[in-house]
Design a protein around this ligand. Structure first.
Ligand code: URA
Length: 433
């Protein structure tokens, strides 16, 4: 087999066999296929797409390029949850403890934030002492003991994806549905859970700006998961505005705790309850209505909050900040952003809000950037709410005075105002099974 022939085949709209895809994945991961040939192949896929069977085979091959995590020593049904990424998305910190409180086993590997999106591992690391890197045996033991453990992704999980993603990032080939589906699902399959709940975001702060694309991505990922023997489902949820009122690591953990105590923002509470209910349903909890009731009860009776507490303790974190979130370290500067006019806040571009937060120090411009856990934005006003000129609409938290002007300009550009209240968008848009 020659790579040049396989590139030409895809360029001309052909369909690759599993053996041909194996040649490509193994060859590139092993260093026999150079970046320039792989780039040409990826661009051909970008333009010509892939058949579903090809995407599923590519996913399996990428998953098998590294460690396939074995969770079989943990009794019960292990359910993973994956969000395609967003702004203010702290749902894992809430939905996973709710599901765990209802008996679902959570043995989860999460990622870090990049660009305007945040990552669960960064949020967890804002809890003093919290360990996101654990020896495999300790990870398994914590799940067996407490029912929940969330750590960073193992370095050897789907190494083919790591290498291919790095090349996609610099060759303008990230935005391809089969490549995104294979990338996400290869890691999910390698992570070893029995069931997978996908939270596919759509809107201004999501990878998939259009609903139709989000549904297409969800649909192919669900089929790949099922084909790999994992019960898989997806929710399509709104990421046109940030979720909740907190962006930034410490503030998001604080908001997650408040939400688990029943004092969270309505949008965040509703999305987390639905995610948790679907995780419970995947684990065999029965009809979705019953699972919704179980999730709501775990939030109301404090058992979900206790699960988060147990997890933080087991992973070395300082539980006192969970008990009293006001005791989290605070940023040195709190800068108030004022409304430039009267009216209704009619739209907030979530990606721009995420970039403003990143400029304040909460996110990473590049993989190497160091983040400031205390930095971020409190969204005092959100889409749909009335504002008066000069009223506080947001609060910036930062330790970098020089970042404020740029962040304020970016944040200002994210907002639109109207004389009439805007139409409220749906939060949970569809369920793909
Ligand atoms: N997230 C991933 O892990 N991979 C992609 O290709 C896109 C988003």
């Amino acid at each position: 087999m020659r790579m040049v022939d396989l590139i030409a085949k895809k360029r001309d709209g052909g369909t690759h066999s599993r053996e041909e895809l194996r040649f490509i994945v193994d060859g590139f991961t092993g260093g026999d296929i150079p970046d320039y040939q792989m780039s040409a192949f990826l661009m051909s896929v970008f333009y010509k797409g892939m058949e579903d069977g090809e995407t599923a085979a590519l996913t399996q091959l990428m998953a098998q390029s590294g460690e396939m995590v074995d969770l079989s020593s943990i009794e019960g049904v292990k359910v993973d949850k994956h969000s395609t990424g967003g702004v203010g998305d702290k749902t894992t910190l809430i939905a996973a403890p709710i599901a765990a409180a209802c008996g679902v086993k959570i043995a989860k590997m999460s990622g870090r934030g990049l660009g305007f999106t945040g990552g669960t591992v960064d949020k967890l690391e804002s809890i003093p002492g919290f360990r996101t890197e654990l020896p495999r045996q300790e990870f398994l033991e914590i799940v067996k003991k407490t029912g929940i453990c969330v750590i960073g992704q193992s370095g050897n999980l789907a190494p083919a994806d790591k290498k291919i993603y790095a090349l996609r990032d610099v060759t303008a080939t990230v935005d391809s549905i089969p490549l995104i589906a294979a990338s996400i699902m290869s890691k999910k399959i390698a992570a070893g859970n029995d069931c997978i709940l996908l939270d596919v975001k759509t809107g201004s702060g999501a990878f998939m700006k259009e609903m139709e694309d989000a549904v297409k991505l969800a649909d192919i990922m669900v089929r790949i998961g099922e084909k790999a023997g994992r019960r898989t489902m997806a929710l399509i949820t709104n990421m046109d505005i940030p979720l909740g009122r907190a962006i930034g690591n410490v503030s998001e953990v604080r908001e997650a705790v408040e939400t688990l105590r029943g004092r969270g923002p309505a949008d965040l509470s509703a999305v987390c309850r639905e995610l948790a209910a679907n995780m419970i349903a995947l684990a065999g909890g029965g009809e979705i209505e019953r699972c919704r009731e179980l999730a709501a009860k775990a939030m109301e009776d404090g058992s979900a909050f206790q699960k988060l507490r147990e997890m933080v303790k087991a992973q070395g974190g300082d539980v006192s900040v969970i008990d009293d979130p006001e005791s989290f370290p605070k940023a040195g500067i709190a800068h108030e952003v004022l409304a430039p006019q009267d009216g209704y806040l009619s739209a907030m571009d979530a990606a721009q809000c995420g970039i403003a937060s990143m400029l304040l120090g909460a996110g990473r411009a590049t993989k190497e950037s160091v983040i400031d856990h205390s930095a971020g934005i409190e969204l005092v006003k959100k889409t749909g709410e009335p504002v008066k000129k000069g009223e506080v609409i947001a609060r910036f938290m930062t330790n970098d005075e020089s970042a404020i002007a740029g962040a304020e300009e970016t944040y200002g550009n994210a907002l639109s105002f109207s004389a009439e209240p805007p139409v409220q968008e749906k939060l949970i848009i569809a369920r793909v099974t």
